[in-house]
Design a protein around this ligand. Structure first.
Ligand code: FAD
Length: 333
């Protein structure tokens, strides 16, 4: 019965002993939705040795935090997470489930939906309540329209939501909530995958853009794959990552994982430096929430200047080396 399903559940994501920021972004938005629907907001954390972090979701708006703590949950295995979370959700019966659209969330989310025989809206860029209904919003038809999706007959309504589309509120450490240590139901889990070792590889210049505080991003104006080396030098000095427009990705200058924008990744760093990027709407929707936007473009009429806090009209091959020299002086490098 649809009426049996109540409240909102956010599935938290833990990585390297910390709750990832996307969890707090989703809790902040879910609090707003829960208040509009006059319902409760819970978070479930799954991992091993995670009790210390259980109070954090409360600071961002959760009423209850369920903790599923077991050695089996570290490292992450999709089969285990999806089976355990599906059973947990089946018992809790939330009306809405929000999952981070990260590599792991994108993997276990659809498996949970299949196990519960409900639908799932993947990769949402916005969520809303309209006429009392939960509306899941995401680009459709290659990003040409924004689809508004409502699930009339299935519960729970499950959505994966992109990181950085919502801003996390400032944590309120005086907020009170309930922490519930749940015994995870491990019965009947058929694990076909065992992780023997986790080997980390770092690729030069491949720092991830989704959680970077500084992003130096390049577009067609960078001119070539080699041209991105200059941007990388600047990013390295600032401790940042290198991003790209879709054109730069389509031309094979940068990997798809670096693409900022509507059909790429949404970012909200403290500093976004757009180099040789014209500023089309599809790029801007992916970076407009950056705290400070600096644009370098040789065309004074480029639309990127309309949203830039600081604009430099000039050739990026002349401007960026000046930035680099000045930064080296300031940083004594
Ligand atoms: C459905 C759909 C989804 C899309 N999704 C995305 C997306 O996710 N992300 C995205 O970025 N785009 C996306 N696009 C593409 C988008 O419409 C633009 O084509 C793209 O963003 C333009 O990239 P650009 O700014 O690098 O290139 P251009 O628009 O060609 O701009 C290049 C800029 O570089 C400047 N320039 C040239 N040489 C120099 C120099 N030496 N120094 C300084 N400036 C210089 C030029 O003045 C110009 O302003 C999408 C399009 C569609 C239809």
């Amino acid at each position: 019965m649809i009426e049996d399903y109540k409240g909102i559940l956010v599935i938290g994501e833990i990585y390297e002993g910390k709750i990832r920021p996307v969890t707090f972004q989703l809790i902040t938005k879910a609090r707003e939705l829960a208040d509009t629907l006059n319902t409760s907001l819970s978070t479930v954390l799954i991992g091993y040795n995670i009790n210390d972090m259980a109070k954090e979701p409360i600071y961002y708006g959760a009423d209850k935090v369920y903790v599923l703590d077991n050695k089996m949950f570290d490292p992450y295995i999709a089969e285990v997470y999806s089976a355990v979370l599906a059973k947990f959700i089946d018992q809790l019966k939330p009306e809405i489930v929000l999952i981070p659209a990260t590599h792991t969330g994108r993997e276990y989310g659809p498996r949970i939906a299949a196990a519960l025989q409900t639908g799932m809206t993947a990769d949402c860029t916005d969520l809303a309540i309209k006429n009392g209904r939960f509306i899941q919003i995401r680009p459709a038809y290659g990003g040409n329209i924004m689809g508004e999706i409502f699930t009339p007959n299935h519960r729970p309504q499950i959505a994966t939501v992109r990181p950085n589309v919502f801003k996390a509120r400032d944590p309120d450490t005086s907020r009170k909530g309930e922490i519930i240590n749940s015994a995870p139901d491990l019965s009947g889990i058929n694990i076909r995958t065992y992780i023997k070792d986790v080997v980390k590889t770092t690729v030069a210049g491949a720092k991830k853009i989704d959680e970077a505080k500084v992003i130096v991003s390049g577009g067609r104006g960078v001119g070539s794959k080699e041209g991105f080396e200059l941007l990388k030098q600047l990013a390295d000095l600032l401790g940042g990552a290198v991003g790209a427009s879709r054109v730069a990705v389509d031309l094979g200058w940068m990997p798809k994982s670096a693409q900022v924008g509507q059909s790429g990744i949404t970012v909200a760093p403290d500093l976004y430096i757009a180099c040789g990027i014209s500023g089309t709407i599809q790029h801007i929707v992916g970076m407009k929430d950056s705290k400070i936007i600096v644009a370098i473009n040789k065309d004074p009429n480029a639309p990127i200047f309309n949203i830039a806090d600081f604009g430099i009209v000039g050739d990026l091959n002349e401007v960026i080396p000046i930035f680099i020299d000045e930064l080296k002086k300031v940083l004594n490098k």
